[in-house]
Design a protein around this ligand. Sequence first.
Ligand code: FMN
Length: 191
Amino acid sequence: MADRTLNVVSICGSLRQGSYNAALARTLPQLAPEGLSLKPAPAWDQMPIYNFDIQNTTGFPATVTAWADAIRSADGVIIVSPEYNWSIPGGLKNAIDWVSRMKDVPFKDKPVAIQSCAGGVLGGARMQYHLRQSLTSVDALLFGRPEILVTFAAKKFDEKTLALTDQPTIDIVKQQLAGFETFIRRLNGRK
Ligand SMILES: Cc1cc2nc3c(=O)[nH]c(=O)nc-3n(C[C@H](O)[C@H](O)[C@H](O)COP(=O)(O)O)c2cc1C
């Protein structure tokens, strides 16, 4: 059915209590168009560091299969992540590495949009391009524009409540989410 609600999972790349990326991820349901329902993917923070020997002896850990199942059953994925040392935070990359080894790779043909918040002027751009590279290796279908690069994040969120207060950021996030809905529906129409 063309107009059913699309279920999208959000994945946050930061575990920090006061994380701006987590705050942005929490805000997404309020900014999403009517046709798009958002919920967080299961946590990835208890996944062991990828090791083929674990996969080969005890199989994929339960945390990995839960994460993979949530991605597989979603219509799309939004990754909201900081940039660590010009790249993808290790824990998030580890999670992608784990599921990339599965027979039924959950990111295959999965529409994915990316957002990042950072303390500085580049807004996590380098992380986004590394993430695009890794996700292309697992056959994800990456949403292009608009990009969401929240620069100087401390100025865009309320210091106490972490509510997103910056109107231009709110506007462009809404625009991305609306574009992402159209992108997913267009891809679904081609199946
Ligand atoms: C290990 C580490 C590496 C970082 N490297 C970068 C970086 O390469 N580029 C950048 O813009 N910010 C970098 N930062 C600063 C983050 O942008 C900033 O801490 C941001 O608030 C982290 O996201 P969060 O609030 O969601 O945890 C780094 C922070 C940490 C903890």
